[in-house]
Structures are given as C-alpha cells and as structure tokens.
Design a protein around this ligand. Sequence first.
Ligand code: XBP
Ligand code: MG
Length: 239
Amino acid sequence: MKLSAIIFDVDGTLADTERDGHRPAFNAAFLEAGLAWNWDEALYGELLAVTGGKERMAFYAERHDPEFLKQADVSARIAELHKAKTRHFVRLMESGAIPLRPGIAELIGEARAAGLTLAIATTTTPENVSVLLRTNLAPDAESWFAVIGAGDIVPAKKPAPDIYHWVLAQLGVPVCECLAVEDSGAGIKASLGAGVPTVVTVNDYTRGQDFTGALAVLPDLSGTGLSALRKLHAGAVGV
Ligand code: XBP
Ligand code: MG
C-alpha cells in the first residue's frame, strides 16, 4: 500500500514548543491579568495531561484556585486569558525563539518533492500553526498543507480521534495511505483512534509515555527521511 499523505502533529512534533513557548506565554498572560498563577516546568509537565490551553487553565484552577471558577462569566474570562496567551505565543514565535525539530524541514521538503499530500492535526490554535510555519519554513508555508485541522474545530480534543477524523474527511485520502507523526500518548491515542498508522518522536515531556501501537518511537526525525518512513508505513499496512 503506497504512502500518499503525512499528517503532522504540531506541539512537540514540528517544534518543541511547550516548555519554552506555550508555558512562558501562559505565564505572561497570567501576569498581565494580575493572576498569581505561575506554571514552572515541572507543574506544566503535569498540566500537559490536559490538551487544549483553555481546558488546561480550567483544570489548573480546579486544583489550585477553585475560587477563580466561581466567577459568573468564567468561560469568557478563560477565553480572554487564552487570547492573551496566544498573542504572547505568536510574538515569541515571531522572534524565532523556537526552531523546528531536527529532520522536520528536510522531511517536509522531501515529501513535497515526491508529491505527497501534507496535513496538520493539532490541538493548538490556527494562529499558532500559522506563525510556526511562516517563521520556520516560508512565508507561504501554510499553503504547503492541503488540510490544517487545529484547535476548537472539533468538539473533543486529543486523545479523542475527532481532529484526525476531521482532517481525514477533508483530505479524502484512504486512511491506510496516510502516516501520522506525533509526540505524546494523547496524540497517538487520537491518531490510532482514527486508524492512522503513526510514528512517534519523543521529547522531554513525553518520553516514557504509552506509545502502544506506534510503528516506531524515535528520539527525533534526524536521519529519518521519507524512504525510512515509507518502509515503516509499508511494514504496517503491507506493500
Ligand atoms: C498540544 C496541546 C495544545 C498546546 C497549547 O497540541 O495540547 O493545547 O499545549 O496550545 P498538539 P493552545 O500536540 O496537538 O499540537 O493553548 O493553543 O491549546
Ligand atoms: Mg503534540
């Protein structure tokens, strides 16, 4: 079975955005809002169990600041905080603070040259995907991806398979001709939940999580070009 499309996760996969990107952006938004919340690296690693920035803030408040959830328009307040956080994240990314992970740019270049279809399936917001691609690849890099499934476009976030189902429906490529690249336990649960053969590249926050069903669990994609991924994919779906 041929490989026709690669579906990339974003955070932790295309770039190591969590510790030095999203985390400081959340803290900057909290400071700006006069909230005495500050997520250090260890706490943020625990909070990453919840995907989605808005959901993550609610999860944190439940455990550490339940009073915060008692205000009348708490979901509007969280949405405001998330908009501010996204503004800080975009500014951070525009400064070039966070590069692509090893091998990602090369793989994307090879896949494009080979005529493969590229897609994105992520929990983060579309603005964050856009800034990451245009800052690290090319001003028009978003157009290299046939489908970008991001954030609140689906009701349930990873580990639910919804975002992958949404991307597959837009792609129109048979799922057995697709390959997902993910970084986390929640991510591979989502991709496998939609039947997408998946390769995992781990990072400091996800190393040691449960990647049952992965075609391979790699430190990163350096030296793992398109031909290596084609072999892994063929091994999974048959040639
Ligand atoms: C990772 C996530 C996101 C980011 C924060 O997304 O769970 O919520 O941590 O981004 P993925 P937002 O690995 O699926 O790319 O604050 O925009 O949600
Ligand atoms: Mg991820």
